[in-house]
Design a protein around this ligand. Structure first.
Ligand SMILES: *Cc1c(COP(=O)(O)O)cnc(C)c1O
Length: 340
């Protein structure tokens, strides 16, 4: 807990000179992803630094449905002529690569938030490299325990460590992990000049959280898979999206590219957005709240947010936590029954 250090010691001022707690967290996440990590004050701090480092007017190819504030950041930069946004369906490899011609950066998110689409990372990276693009990958939803994008040739992985890495819904923190140490050094310079440095306490909490990431993820993805299976055969549910379900459009790719199917799922109850809202009001074990990756199960109707117009209106996103699966199912089934 120090902003400055005694003259002549290894560090001088923490914004530019760092802090031992950030170093420890960067070592851990860098090792997990297999690159050089730089921590930021939030996931958006990391996203912003990657985008800020592009030349003026650079075309950026990004998923049209993906984390909404990443898209909002790109859109804002486009409005002021700082970037050119090219939105694609990232699960459509041919369309994505066609948009990559003449572009500077390909931004991948997979599984996508909140539709849980799976991108063909290998083919996208190969095609992007051929065309001379840099590739960034938001690995928040899967975590490095399920996939390590740098191994596929991705240049920069970003995380909202607010989510699964922290794991307890009690901090904001972001990370960018670079394949090249020089790229990490540039991001660290931007972090210093923008002042988007992480808090020491938050870094310490994230270090404590990451120690149980494997346990939390094991449990929460088991729960997610079971809930997805049960929802898929429930008569009051129109559609379930979870890459672990065999008939999910992303299943084959997820099996090939990921070591597990993750803790996020989405479903559309019969009866439209009002029914979906009523389910959120009704649950007692699940928590009606935004965000994801905590030990508690969260439920949210995503399309209520501005900027999520491409998300089906009644889609409920679940970030599944570590509770007993039967408690979760009783609650969900009860809410489906009560809102018929
Ligand atoms: C939450 C989130 C972010 C942004 O992270 P913050 O820590 O909230 O700034 C970025 N990407 C994804 C996929 C997210 O879920």
């Amino acid at each position: 807990m120090a902003s400055n250090y005694i003259a002549g010691s290894e560090r001088d001022y923490s914004r530019g000179g760092g802090n031992p707690t950030w170093d420890a967290l960067e070592d851990v996440i860098g090792a997990l992803e297999g690159g050089t990590a730089v921590c930021f004050s939030s996931g958006m701090g990391a996203v912003d630094a990657v985008l800020d480092d592009l030349p003026p007017g650079a075309p950026v190819v990004h998923p049209e449905v993906a984390y909404m504030n990443m898209r909002a950041n790109i859109a804002r930069r486009q409005e002021s002529g700082r970037l050119e946004a090219r939105a694609v369906d990232i699960t459509d490899t041919d369309a994505t690569l066609a948009a990559c011609d003449g572009a500077k950066l390909l931004w991948i998110e997979s599984p996508t938030n909140p539709l849980l689409g799976i991108a063909d990372v290998r083919a996208l990276v190969a095609g992007a490299k051929q065309r001379g693009l840099e590739v960034a990958f938001d690995n928040t939803v899967a975590t490095p325990l399920l996939q390590r994008p740098l191994e596929h040739g991705v240049d920069i992985v970003v995380h909202s460590a607010t989510k699964l890495i922290g794991g307890h819904s009690d901090l904001l923190l972001g990370v960018a992990v670079c394949a090249e140490p020089d790229r990490a050094a540039r991001l660290r310079e931007l972090q210093n000049l923008a002042g988007s440095t992480p808090g020491t306490l938050e870094s310490w909490l994230a270090l404590r959280g990451v120690r149980t990431l494997h346990l939390r993820l094991d449990r929460s993805q088991q729960n997610a898979h079971e809930l997805a299976r049960r929802l898929a055969s429930h008569p009051e549910v129109d559609r379930v999206r979870y890459p672990g379900l065999e008939d999910d459009p992303g299943h084959r790719r997820a099996r090939e590219l990921m070591r597990g199917f993750g803790s996020m799922l989405a479903f559309e109850p019969r009866g439209g957005p009002d029914r979906a809202d009523a389910i959120c009001d009704r649950v007692r074990v699940l928590v009606s709240a935004t965000s994801l990756g905590g030990i508690e199960t969260l439920i949210e109707r995503r399309a209520k947010w501005r900027g999520e117009e491409l998300v089906p209106a009644s889609l409920l996103r679940l970030s599944v936590g570590c509770e007993h699966v039967e408690d979760l199912w009783d609650d969900l089934e009860g809410a489906l029954e009560a809102t018929k």
